[in-house]
Design a protein around this ligand. Structure first.
Ligand SMILES: [Zn+2]
Length: 234
């Protein structure tokens, strides 16, 4: 999980066999703050026994990668790196997926729309720490300047996701999605699905429109499909 804000955690229960990874700082902020709702957290989404791991970005095995000062190589093979990009929330992180031809960076809520990465629009409002958010955005911008072919995703940009959907990348086909993206590891597809497709509001609506088709294919549980139309961020 890039972070634990309400619009990103609402479907955790739909993945009972999954292991969730979140930064230690984010976990502490989400579970110990005095005003969770004011900080964007709904503890009922994760206040139960589900399988999760935390990553401490202040440990010695954290290393820099390209423009990112603190990253953690999740599987030890460079296929999936977690980059510490706090600011929007206390322990926000981005996810760098190594594809065959380019890196695919899930920027989470560091920026909502592409204009905020470009700097043509103001940064997302109400950051937990505006200084850290500026630093994190700068790391993402530097990464893009170093690797112009990399794809860096915003979390709430309907135009961006509409463009992806138009390319048929956003169809929820599991392994087929991974192949269409040219993903090296299948788990990268899982991350992309969870963070960018399943929980992104416009795509949720896009998927909801295909509910009957998905049920017929048995792609997801009916409970999950039902949640798409009601729990999405708006
Ligand atoms: Zn958020």
């Amino acid at each position: 999980m890039t972070h634990l804000h309400i619009d990103h955690t609402s479907a955790i229960s739909e993945f009972p066999n999954s292991t969730f990874v979140v930064s230690e700082t984010e976990w502490q902020a989400a579970t110990h703050g005095s005003s969770p709702m004011l900080e964007g957290y709904r503890r009922s989404h994760f206040d139960y026994a589900f399988d999760y791991r935390t990553v401490d970005f202040h440990r010695g095995d954290v290393d820099s990668y390209a423009s990112f000062g603190r990253t953690f190589d999740l599987f030890g093979d460079g296929s999936l790196r977690l980059a510490y990009t706090p600011g929007h929330s206390a322990g926000h992180m981005s996810v760098i997926c190594r594809l065959e031809k380019r890196d695919f960076v899930i920027g989470g809520d560091c920026f909502y729309v592409m204009g905020q990465l470009d700097g043509s629009e103001p940064a997302p409002p109400r950051p937990q720490d505006s200084h850290n958010l500026r630093r994190s955005l700068q790391e993402l911008r530097l990464f893009r300047s170093q690797f112009p072919d990399a794809v860096i995703t915003p979390s709430h940009d309907p135009d961006f996701y509409a463009a992806i959907a138009a390319l048929r990348v956003a169809t929820p086909q599991g392994p087929a999605l991974g192949r269409s993206l040219g993903l090296a590891p299948l788990h990268a597809a899982s991350v992309q699905l969870c963070e960018c497709v399943l929980l992104a509001p416009r795509i949720c609506r896009h998927i909801s429109q295909q509910t009957g088709d998905l049920r017929r294919k048995g792609a997801f549980s009916s409970g999950f499909l039902d949640c798409l139309g009601t729990r999405g961020y708006s």
